[in-house]
Write a protein that binds this ligand. Structure first.
Ligand code: NAD
Length: 372
């Protein structure tokens, strides 16, 4: 049996990391027929629109998509394709797991949490305007509805229950935002008692940021609104080793789109240099969603072992900042090939290895190598 999956390579480093994920998918032996469609800058050139209708049609038909990052012009230009995609397809739940891989890439090796972010409304609703002709004042409307708050809170608790995660934290700013914040807060307070086995608590967003950088291991599942979730998921990606290793997924009632947390990193586009892990772990989440659990387990394990071994890793994992003992960086495609090579070979019953530790001395930094 083959799955039909929409593939959106995206912009910047997107095509390189998407190709890396395809190489790893092939190694799992799971039959996938990719339907490749363009969105973003490539689609503007070819079709005159950053989100042509065939992209939405393809996802609606296949129900599952793997996506690379898409560039959004800052401050002007077309509306974010990512935001439009989420709103058009009602992909309301953005799920971003932050798990430290192989220990060494982070000061917080115990990090293992999931940020669940409402992805269709809030400050990303697209309701904004200049207040005056001189453009000296502007408003962005923060739309929060009870319906969307209920369903994202329910999604977070159901996820926690399914994955046996004992703790869900709601993050808001209800002390200042007395309507929007309070609406989200009351949805959480009313639904939490339906999940008596799960510890439910709340944090204000500012306190949450401080708590996360001090003791992330105390948090398990975080549920929050759109902008706060966007910021917190990058923060958590940093705790878990960086954007290069942070996967993500977007879920609606019937469709799911899998994509890395990172953006299109234009400065590395076309250099075969970007870290493919975030896209490959997004593929892993996709395989889980399809019910291909053994294949997903193999992909995760192959990624973990490749990072732990530190023989074939991209620059961000090879240099100080991620590792205490720097190694020569490999290319995006070489790392993908190494992960793919390991996929059929890994032993799922063995304990996960920790990173090779080296001498434990402070790393010397090669000034010619750039950390991002
Ligand atoms: P970015 O994630 O592209 O880059 C931030 C930093 O992380 C940069 O230093 C970059 O080089 C590095 N980085 C990111 N991914 C990496 C990888 N796989 N390997 C190694 N290093 C990596 O964020 P940005 O610069 O703020 O945004 C660039 C563009 O991407 C913008 O147009 C933004 O709108 C878009 N973006 C898209 C998505 C998406 O498609 N879901 C998400 C975030 C940003």
């Amino acid at each position: 049996m083959s799955y039909h999956v929409t593939l959106i390579p995206g912009d910047g480093i997107g095509p390189e990391v998407a190709q890396a994920a395809r190489v790893v998918a092939e190694a799992t032996g799971v039959g996938i027929e990719w339907e490749v469609v363009d969105a973003g800058e490539r689609a503007i050139k070819a079709r005159g629109s950053p989100l042509p209708p065939e992209v939405l049609d393809s996802i609606r038909r296949n129900k599952v998509a793997l996506k690379g990052p898409i560039t959004t012009p800052i401050g002007s230009g077309f509306r974010s394709v990512n935001v439009a995609l989420r709103q058009e397809l009602d992909l309301y739940a953005s799920v971003r797991p932050a798990r430290a891989i192989a220990g060494e890439g982070t000061r917080y090796p115990e990090t293992n949490l999931i940020v669940v972010r409402e992805a269709t409304e809030g400050l990303y609703s697209g309701v904004e305007h200049w207040v005056d002709r001189e453009h000296s004042a502007a408003e962005t409307v923060n739309v929060i509805t009870r319906r969307a708050s209920d369903r994202i809170v329910r999604f977070a608790f159901e996820l926690a229950r399914r994955e046996h995660r004992p703790h869900v934290t709601a993050v808001h700013k209800a002390n200042i935002m007395k309507t929007t914040g309070a609406l989200f807060q009351s949805a959480f307070r009313e639904l939490a008692p339906r999940y008596p086995e799960i510890l439910a608590d709340e944090r204000l967003i500012d306190n949450m940021c401080m708590q996360l950088v001090k003791k992330p291991e105390e948090y398990n599942v975080i549920v929050t609104t759109n902008l706060m979730g966007d910021i917190l998921s990058d923060l958590c990606a940093g705790l878990a080793g960086g954007l290069g290793v942070a996967p993500g997924a977007l879920f609606g009632e019937t469709m799911a789109v899998f994509e890395p947390v990172h953006g299109s990193a234009p400065k590395y586009a076309g250099q075969d240099k970007a870290d493919p892990v975030a896209e490959i772990l997004s593929l892993e989440l996709m395989l889980r969603h399809l019910g291909e659990t053994p294949a997903a387990d193999r992909v995760f394990r192959a990624v973990w072992e490749t990072i732990a071994e530190k023989k074939v890793v991209t620059y961000d994992l090879a240099l100080p900042g991620y590792t205490l003992t720097p190694v020569p960086p490999s290319s995006c495609s070489a790392m993908a090939r190494e992960i793919a090579r390991k996929v059929p070979l890994v032993d799922l019953s063995a304990p996960l290895p920790s990173a090779s530790k080296g001498r434990g001395e402070p790393a010397s930094i090669d000034p010619n190598l750039e950390t991002s």
